[in-house]
Design a protein around this ligand. Structure first.
Ligand SMILES: NC(=O)c1ccc[n+]([C@@H]2O[C@H](COP(=O)([O-])OP(=O)(O)OC[C@H]3O[C@@H](n4cnc5c(N)ncnc54)[C@H](O)[C@@H]3O)[C@@H](O)[C@H]2O)c1
Length: 359
């Protein structure tokens, strides 16, 4: 029988790509998203990619009534929990909002899952739980160290899941520590769409390529790396999405929890990123070297052996594909915006089931 997966935050950057990967793998998928950080036309775009109606509940993961209703209306086999606030700087300015969405949201979701007898969840964790690690490539055994409230919420989430799995063996969790997701779907219909100043390097470079920003600031060129700039482990978002499919399959087949890094194990420097994106967009992108930022480490890469051994996960796509897909998406998005492409109107009420019998 087809298994049905709930994706909280499924209209967001990683969630939307995971939606496509799960549908391709034969799962039924239901999205819960409040569109606080997603474009309203993402479900339409997912329908264009998959050729099937999207089942959507619009509302917050903090809305316990909505969660209870969702689990009553639809038999869910497992959950992938993306819904979270993710801006590091914002988390420093408004930590309570981060604790509420990322920690209270997780606890409420787990309580509603318990009530519905659903005991499998994949959790979006992050390499940020390592803080400034002692070793790189960084193994999953490295200690938790938080640098900011956002990191603290991810560590707390991991500890909550750990305590729950210890309390009762019927629970099983896939904890996935993402390194730096980059790129966009090959269709150029979905991708990262920051409404503010991007937190991550690739969307920032993309905005420079689009002429929205004059140049990239490169924070330090005197690190002990081949070209002096910081090195990070970038993973194509479609590879990351496929990692979620493998994690879910493992949970559903074995009932065993796992905690793995999802990266490539290969780092690229900031200047390598600029060169690769310049090749993708066809012009040399301007950048300026400025002082190092406090808290930055020279190299941040994943060890990948555990994900390979436990899940059979292997990232397949390279940096050129990340840049080319990002550039195709950014251009397509800008053209659609310029053409005034209408987005679905918001409807009244706390949620909007879509493509479901109750719609
Ligand atoms: N993108 C990264 O670099 C990165 C790295 C490591 C971990 N993560 C984690 O992965 C997850 C997904 O990240 P992303 O980059 O796709 O972020 P995103 O902001 O694009 O996606 C999150 C989605 O959750 C939704 N959402 C937020 N609060 C909600 C709430 N209360 N109820 C329902 N929906 C809500 C947003 O509208 C959005 O669609 C997050 O948990 C994030 O912390 C992201």
């Amino acid at each position: 029988m087809t298994q049905t997966i709930l994706l909280t935050g499924g209209a967001g950057y990683i969630g939307s790509h995971t939606y496509v990967a799960l549908k391709a793998a034969g799962f039924e998928v239901v999205i819960l998203d409040d569109f606080s950080n997603a474009a309203r036309d993402v479900p339409d775009r997912l329908e264009l990619i998959t050729g099937a109606p999207v089942r959507l509940y619009e509302g917050s993961v903090l809305d316990r009534g909505l969660l209870a209703r969702l689990f009553t209306e639809t038999r869910i086999d497992a959950v992938v929990h993306f819904a979270a606030r993710k801006a590091v700087g914002e988390s420093v300015a408004m930590p309570l909002a981060y604790f509420e969405t990322n920690c209270t949201g997780l606890v409420g979701l787990l309580q509603e899952m318990e009530a519905a007898c659903v005991h499998r969840l994949v959790f979006s964790s992050s390499a940020t739980v390592y803080g400034i690690p002692d070793v790189t490539p960084t193994p999953e055994t490295a200690p938790h160290r938080h640098m900011n409230p956002y990191g603290l919420t991810k560590i707390t989430g991991e500890l909550i899941l750990d305590a729950l799995a210890t309390s009762d063996p019927k629970w099983a969790f896939g904890t996935l520590r993402y390194f730096n997701p980059a790129g966009a779907h090959g269709s150029a219909l979905i991708g990262e769409d920051p409404s503010d100043i991007p937190n991550n390097l690739m969307p920032y470079i993309a905005q420079v390529a689009m002429g929205q920003r004059p140049h990239l600031q490169v924070f330090g060129d005197d690190y002990p790396t081949p070209d002096g700039t910081g090195v990070r482990d970038y993973i194509h978002v479609e590879d990351l999405a496929e990692g979620h499919v493998l994690s879910l399959k493992s949970l559903l087949e074995t009932g065993e929890s796992h905690l793995v890094n999802l990266g490539t194990g290969r780092g690229y420097s900031v200047l390598e990123m600029v060169a690769a994106y310049s090749a993708a967009c066809g012009r040399a992108l301007p950048y300026r070297i400025v002082d190092r930022r406090p808290g930055d480490v020279p190299i941040y890469c994943a060890t990948v052996e555990r994900a390979r051994a436990l899940l059979g996960f292997e990232a397949k796509r390279d940096l050129a594909q990340m840049c080319a897909s990002s550039w195709a998406w950014i251009q397509a998005r800008a053209q659609a915006n310029a053409a005034g492409r209408p987005t679905p109107p918001r409807q009244d009420g706390p949620y909007r089931p879509r493509g479901t019998p109750s719609a």
